[in-house]
Design a protein around this ligand. Structure first.
Ligand SMILES: N[C@@H](CCC(=O)N[C@@H](CS)C(=O)NCC(=O)O)C(=O)O
Length: 257
C-alpha cells in the first residue's frame, strides 16, 4: 500500500509539475497613456495594486489619439484606456474613461474600492464628483488661463472660482477624515493629480489646510510617486503653446468616422 501510495503521489506530482510548466504567465495589462492628471489616475492604481502592465504611449500632442486602432479602444479620442488580456471570463476587455477603469480595476483586485455597498457608494460619489466637477472645471481653467489665444477674463474668473469652490468642498470633506472616502481609495487617486496643480490653477493651498495635509499624505505614497512619474520624459520638449500642437488639441469637431 505504501508503495502504491507512493506511486500515485509520484504521478500526481508529475502532473502538477506538467501543469505548472504549461501555465502561461499572466499577460500584462496594456495602459494607453500620456502623463497628465487623467493618465496618472490609472498609473497610480496599477502601481498601488502591483498589477503587471505595459505602458503604450498615446502622444496626444501629435494626434495619436486619432489612430484607428486606438479609437477602437477609446472612441472618444481621449486617453487613458486599458486592455486587460485577462478580462471577465478569461477573455480580453478594453475600457476607456478613467473613472470606469478605476472601478474595473478596483472590482478586479478587490483593492481600494470596497465591496460593502455603503462604503462603495461613498467612493463612487467622490469619484463622480472628480469626473464631472474637479477634472472638467480645472481642465477648462487650464485652457483659458494658459492656452487661449485671446485673454478672456470672464472665462478665467468663472473657472478659477469654480475650482476654488470645489477645493473648498474637498477641504471641508477632509476636516474629519484622513482620505476622501475615509479609507484610501480610487477617489483619492482620481483627485491627486488635479489638486497637485493648485499653483497653476491660481489657487492658494494654504487656504485649504485639510486639503494640503491630504495632498502631502497621498503624494508621499511610493506607488503614487511612481504613478505620477510614469512617462514624464515623454513630455519633455513639447510646447503646448506651439500652434501646430494646438491645432491638434483645440477646436475639435465631430468626426465623420
Ligand atoms: N473623461 C475622460 C477625460 C480624458 C481626457 O480628457 N484626456 C485628455 C488628456 S488629459 C486627452 O486624451 N486629450 C486628447 C485630446 O484632447 O484630443 C477620462 O477621464 O478618461
Amino acid at each position: 500500500m505504501a508503495r502504491g501510495k507512493g506511486k500515485r503521489s509520484a504521478s500526481k506530482k508529475a502532473k502538477v509539475k506538467a501543469k505548472t510548466k504549461t501555465k502561461k504567465p499572466a499577460k500584462p495589462i496594456e495602459l494607453y497613456y500620456w502623463p497628465t492628471p487623467n493618465g496618472f489616475k490609472i498609473s497610480i492604481m496599477l502601481e498601488e495594486c502591483g498589477l503587471p502592465y505595459v505602458m503604450k504611449p498615446v502622444n496626444i500632442s501629435r494626434g495619436e489619439q486619432f489612430n484607428p486602432d486606438f479609437l477602437k479602444i477609446a472612441p472618444n479620442n481621449r486617453m487613458p484606456a486599458i486592455v486587460d488580456p485577462q478580462g471577465p471570463g478569461g477573455r480580453p476587455i478594453s475600457i476607456f474613461e478613467s473613472g470606469a477603469i478605476l472601478q474595473y480595476l478596483g472590482r478586479k483586485t478587490g483593492k481600494f474600492y470596497p465591496a460593502d455597498e455603503r462604503a462603495r457608494t461613498e467612493v463612487d460619489q467622490w469619484l463622480f464628483w472628480q469626473m464631472g466637477g474637479l477634472g472638467p472645471m480645472a481642465g477648462q481653467l487650464n485652457h483659458f488661463k494658459h492656452y487661449a489665444r485671446e485673454t478672456l477674463p470672464y472665462a478665467i474668473k468663472r473657472y478659477e472660482d469654480e475650482v476654488n469652490r470645489l477645493y473648498g468642498v474637498l477641504n471641508l470633506r477632509l476636516k474629519d477624515r484622513l482620505f476622501i472616502a475615509g479609507k484610501y481609495s480610487i477617489a483619492d487617486m482620481a483627485c491627486v493629480g488635479w489638486v497637485n496643480l493648485w499653483q497653476r490653477q491660481g489657487q492658494d493651498i494654504e487656504q485649504f489646510p485639510n486639503l494640503k495635509r491630504w495632498l502631502e499624505t497621498v503624494k508621499a505614497r511610493p506607488a503614487v510617486k511612481r504613478g505620477m512619474a510614469l512617462g514624464l520624459e515623454l513630455r519633455q520638449g513639447i510646447d503646448m503653446k506651439d500652434p501646430r500642437i494646438q491645432a491638434v488639441l483645440f477646436n475639435q469637431r465631430a468626426r465623420a468616422s
